[in-house]
Structures are given as structure tokens and as C-alpha cells.
Design a protein. Structure first.
Length: 615
């Protein structure tokens, strides 16, 4: 009677073993096949030395986002998603671009620069200005710069304006729109959902919480925003109009004038761009190839002109011997939203960034520190942690100079205020000296669904919950904490910037200023870029000769090996076809929203955050 069940059991065991064996075989084939690709790619990468022909053009293919510091990403994911030449998916270090341009200026083998910027994504105008300054230094050597693209958006065109000649595809266009600041407001939606947003803030212009308490932008926010936008646009227009020798008002036309110019060009956007002197030549990809062959010569192999890419030229630079100078100016990058605890590279953590500052303090070779700030702020607690380490550096006798990037506002300004000297660019968004807190409760929305909260507690504090409302007394206590936080902020600025409390309060109130205006108001010491800040730090430390070194989180030997292995392999892996898919765009958008909500992690519920720092 038991033989039949035993036979059935053996049959199922055999079937399962076959399925499981096939599963393991497939997984092993995939794993070892992928490993073989990596090994071959690394081997090929080692043997495939970059050859730089004399007279070559350096092609700056600035695809992706230009950043102060790259985010830490999973190397396998990065390798599978894109290669080093992927269009628009990656991040490029600003420092790498500047180093490449400056080296190319002195390299006799480089005869020209080609700006291939059609796939440049969002980046701050201040970063583009730094690249533009490097391009100006390159042009001073007498070598030409040529820009080419099928289409120029506002950021792309700003950079292209530094070129001697701008080429545009005959079917392309130049789109200059100016600047705007629009956002969604949720008060009516929250009312319909019966969600109560309890907002606590100090500062007339601290508008980060307005979407939760209004259905439109407040008059104060409109006033501050339009002044800021006009200031930033004036800097943009002045630079581009000077580079192109055209009037600033020729950059953005009203609809009537635009239509008139378009009619003159028989409806062709590219021809209109020529007529407006926005570009110099119309050329297809083939026409540009032939033009460049005439300019720099034909490559020894293939059908293109003599050229070297940004990445290949960078690999050539890395083989050059480094100069070892004992005295060093350390550079610490504080980029992104300020969060609590330890955060990966490319983000600011109260603990992790403080650790980098401590590392500089205890390193005898580091004589001065430049803190490169590119942050809209975040947690008030984490911001103070970082500032305390800045004070400790100064106490140790090491000068601290801040270099502000695209923005250094709210918490970004808090961590900067105690530095010995502060630089910003004309278009840096800074200030936003204010503070806010917000608690959302759902007692009314839950009640409408028939869900009620009741119970007992030993104190009013023990009973606080998002399922219950806040009593007037609790609200008063929270507001008092926020007011104290604001007072601490303006007191800090008054002390460090040698200003009166009243003067700081007049320019604070959460208002955001451009770097140029911040200089007039005394919030910074000088307009300049990172190089200026490094030179100033060396001067303050009395260094006649010095080296500079970026101080960053150290990878473990395992992490370093994996990163280098996949970095070599990525160039030989097929590009992902999903880079610009609708699904990925939607996921990216929602992940950004989730990331923003996760950034509100202050233990005291107080935030120094600039909501305008997305221009």
C-alpha cells in the first residue's frame, strides 16, 4: 500500500532536482558569463592604451549632470545601466572638467576644444560659469573652441557662448526662456482630505511651508522670488551677451517679437538663430566632421578628425607623476541636503561630514581647509554638528575658507557662517536665514472614516500622535522652540559677520539672495570660485608652496576593487536602452519626492532648508 506514494514521491523529487539543477545551471552560466565579460573588459582596458595624436581636438562630451561630488552608487547597477559614454545618465565632477581644460591649455598635442553639449542635463549656473572661466583661460593660449549640438537649451547655450564658433544642426533650435519659479499648492486638497498641517516658522520669506497652508504664492514670496530671478538672469544675460557681442534684450523675445523674427526666417528656427546671431554656422553632423578634418586633420584610424575624449584624456593625465609637497590645503565637499547620521559619498551627514572635518584636523600635513558648500540646508541639528567641527578646526589653528557653489542657503549658510573667509559666485543662492517646523495630523480625516483615537497618558507629551490633534499649549511650546532657533541663527550670523542683530534680522526672514547681493549685504567676503578659495586658505596659513587634496570617505579594499573593476568594464558593456524611458522618468520623479520626505529627519523637528534653491 505504501509503494505507490513512495514512487510518486520519488518522481516529484526527480522533477524538483531536474528543475533545481536547471535553475542552478542557468544562474551559473549568467554569473560566470558576466564575470568573464568583466575580466575580458578589464584586460582589454589594460592593453588598450589611449593614443593621442599631435594636433588633436579635445572633445568635451558633457553628457549628464555636472556635480561637486558624485553620489555613491552600486557598481554593478552603474555598469549595467550605462557606460562612460552614456548620454545623460551619469554625473561628471566639476573638478575633473576644470583640470582637463587647464591641462589641455598647456598641452601642445591639443589644438582645439570641441564642446559637445547636446546631452548636458541640469546643473547650476555657477558651475557653468566656472567651466566658462576655464574655457576663457584656454582661449587665451590662442587655441580655438567650437561648440556643436542639434539643439541648445538655456544651460547648453550659456556654455556654448564661450566658444569662438557655435554650430547648430539645420533642423535644430536655440531655446532661451528666462527663469521662473512655480510650484504646486495643497491647502484645498488637505482641507478636502481633512488633514491638518501644523506649521511653525519664523521669517516672512520662509516659504518652504506655503504649499501646505496656502493655495497660491504669498505676496512676500513673490516679491523675493522675482527680485532673485531678475538678479540671476541679469548675470546670465550679461555673460552671454558679452560673449556673443549682442544686446541682453536679444536673448529672450516676447511672443510678438519672436513671431516676427520667425517669419523673417520663413518659420525655420535654425535660420532665425543665425539671424539673431545666437549661432555662427548651420552644420549637420557630417558637415561638422568635414569641417573639423579641415581644421585639425584626419585621424590615423577611422574616418573622423583627430580627437581625444574627456575620459580618455583624463586617463592620460592620471599617468603623469604627481608632485609631492608636504604642506596641503584640504578640500571637503558638502553637497546635497544636510541629513543626520552617516551618509554616503555625495550627501551631507551630520556624523560623516563631521568625521571628514576631524580627519583634516588631526592630519599634520593639512594646514588649511576649504569647505566647498553646495547645499540648500536640511536638519538644524546636523548643521550645528558640522559647524562645531569647523570651530574645532579653527581652534586647532587651521584656517577654514568656505567656497559656495550653486547654493549655500539655510543650513548651507549655517555651516558656512563660522568660516574665516567666505567666497561665493555671483549666481550662488545663499542666505535663507530662517527656520521652520511642520507636523501633520490626521484626526479629522480618520474621524470621517469612523476611526477615533482615545486613551490615557501620564502627560500631554506622552499622548502626542499623528492620529490626534495638537493642543494650543503644545503648539505654543513648539512655536517657542522655532523662535529660539531663529534667534540662534541670526545671533550666529551677527557674531560671525560682525553685524548687529537688527541688521541681520532685516536681511534674514528666510529670504534668499544671489551671491552678488550677498556681498553687498555682508553675508560673504568676496566673489570667487574654488581656486580663489584654495589660494586664500594657503595665504591665511602662510604657505608659499602647497598642494591641494580632496578629503573624502575612504572605501574599503573590497569596495575599491569592485569599483575599479566595474569602472573598467562599464565602457565595454552595452548601453541601456531604458535611459530616457517614460517609466524611468516617472520612477526618478517619485524617488525624488520620497527622498525629499526622507530628508526631514531632524530629531528636534527643526529645519534650515531653502526651498528656492532649485533654479
Amino acid at each position: 500500500m505504501s509503494a505507490k506514494p513512495s514512487l510518486i514521491k520519488r518522481i516529484f523529487q526527480l522533477i524538483w532536482k531536474s528543475i533545481n539543477g536547471f535553475r542552478k545551471l542557468v544562474l551559473n552560466l549568467l554569473f560566470f558569463g558576466f564575470l568573464a565579460i568583466i575580466i575580458v573588459a578589464v584586460a582589454v582596458g589594460i592593453d588598450d592604451d589611449v593614443q593621442l595624436e599631435s594636433g588633436s581636438a579635445l572633445v568635451l562630451d558633457l553628457a549628464g549632470s555636472i556635480v561637486e561630488q558624485k553620489r555613491q552608487v552600486d557598481p554593478i547597477e552603474a555598469a549595467m545601466k550605462s557606460s562612460k559614454n552614456s548620454h545623460g545618465n551619469g554625473e561628471i565632477l566639476l573638478a575633473d572638467i576644470l583640470n582637463v581644460i587647464d591641462n589641455a591649455a598647456a598641452d601642445e598635442r591639443i589644438s582645439a576644444i570641441v564642446l559637445d553639449i547636446g546631452h548636458l542635463r541640469w546643473t547650476g549656473i555657477s558651475k557653468l560659469q566656472s567651466i566658462g572661466d576655464a574655457l576663457t583661460r584656454f582661449k587665451a593660449t590662442g587655441k580655438p573652441i567650437l561648440a556643436t549640438a542639434n539643439w541648445y537649451g538655456q544651460n547648453q547655450y550659456f556654455l556654448a557662448s564661450f566658444a569662438d564658433t557655435i554650430y547648430l544642426n539645420p533642423q535644430g533650435s536655440v531655446e532661451l526662456n528666462g527663469l521662473s519659479r512655480y510650484r504646486q499648492y495643497y491647502k484645498s486638497a488637505l482641507d478636502k482630505l481633512k488633514i491638518n498641517a501644523h506649521v511653525f516658522r519664523v521669517g516672512t520669506f520662509k516659504s518652504a511651508v506655503e504649499p501646505y497652508i496656502r493655495d497660491d504664492m504669498s505676496p512676500a514670496a513673490k516679491e523675493a522670488n522675482i527680485e532673485l530671478l531678475n538678479d540671476i538672469w541679469a548675470s546670465y544675460a550679461a555673460t552671454v551677451s558679452s560673449n556673443r557681442d549682442i544686446k541682453p534684450e536679444q536673448l529672450v523675445l516676447d511672443a510678438e517679437d519672436y513671431l516676427r523674427e520667425l517669419d523673417k526666417a520663413d518659420g525655420k528656427s535654425a535660420d532665425m538663430a543665425i539671424n539673431m546671431h545666437w549661432v555662427d554656422e548651420l552644420a549637420s553632423a557630417e558637415a561638422f566632421r568635414l569641417e573639423m578634418i579641415d581644421t585639425v586633420g584626419k585621424a590615423a584610424e577611422g574616418n573622423s578628425y583627430k580627437q581625444v575624449s574627456l575620459y580618455d584624456y583624463q586617463s592620460l593625465m592620471s599617468t603623469q607623476a604627481d608632485l609631492f609637497i608636504e604642506d596641503t590645503v584640504g578640500i571637503i565637499v558638502a553637497k546635497g541636503t544636510i541629513l543626520n547620521g552617516n551618509q554616503p559619498a555625495g550627501q551631507i551627514g551630520g556624523e560623516s561630514t563631521s568625521q571628514l572635518l576631524r580627519k583634516a584636523r588631526f592630519d599634520d600635513k593639512i594646514k588649511a581647509v576649504v569647505l566647498r558648500v553646495d547645499s540648500p540646508g536640511g536638519s538644524a541639528f546636523a548643521s550645528e554638528q558640522i559647524r562645531q567641527e569647523v570651530l574645532a578646526l579653527k581652534t586647532a589653528g587651521k584656517p577654514v575658507v568656505v567656497s559656495m557653489g550653486s547654493y549655500a542657503a539655510s543650513g548651507g549658510y549655517w555651516i558656512s557662517a563660522s568660516a574665516d573667509y567666505i567666497y561665493a559666485t555671483p549666481t550662488t543662492l545663499t542666505g535663507s536665514i530662517g527656520i521652520f517646523g511642520m507636523i501633520t495630523t490626521f484626526e479629522d480625516s480618520l474621524s470621517s472614516l469612523g476611526i477615533h483615537t482615545d486613551g490615557v497618558a501620564t502627560s500631554q507629551w506622552a499622548g502626542i500622535s499623528v492620529a490626534k490633534g495638537l493642543t494650543p499649549e503644545i503648539k505654543s511650546v513648539i512655536q517657542r522652540h522655532i523662535e529660539r532657533g531663529y534667534h540662534d541663527f541670526i545671533s550666529l550670523v551677527a557674531k560671525e559677520r560682525d553685524m548687529s542683530l537688527e541688521d541681520v534680522d532685516a536681511i534674514a526672514q528666510g529670504r534668499v539672495w544671489s551671491g552678488r547681493k550677498a556681498l553687498e549685504l555682508g553675508l560673504i567676503d568676496e566673489l570667487g570660485d574654488l581656486d580663489d578659495a584654495v589660494a586664500k586658505a594657503a595665504e591665511m596659513a602662510d604657505l608659499a608652496e602647497f598642494d591641494s587634496q580632496i578629503i573624502e570617505q575612504e572605501l574599503s579594499p573590497k569596495e575599491l576593487f569592485i569599483q575599479e573593476m566595474f569602472a573598467s568594464a562599464a565602457a565595454y558593456l552595452p548601453q541601456s536602452s531604458m535611459g530616457n524611458s517614460i517609466i524611468e522618468q516617472v520612477l526618478t520623479q517619485w524617488s525624488g519626492v520620497i527622498e525629499e520626505f526622507n530628508s526631514f529627519d531632524d530629531p528636534n523637528g527643526m529645519y534650515l532648508f531653502c526651498d528656492n534653491c532649485t533654479l
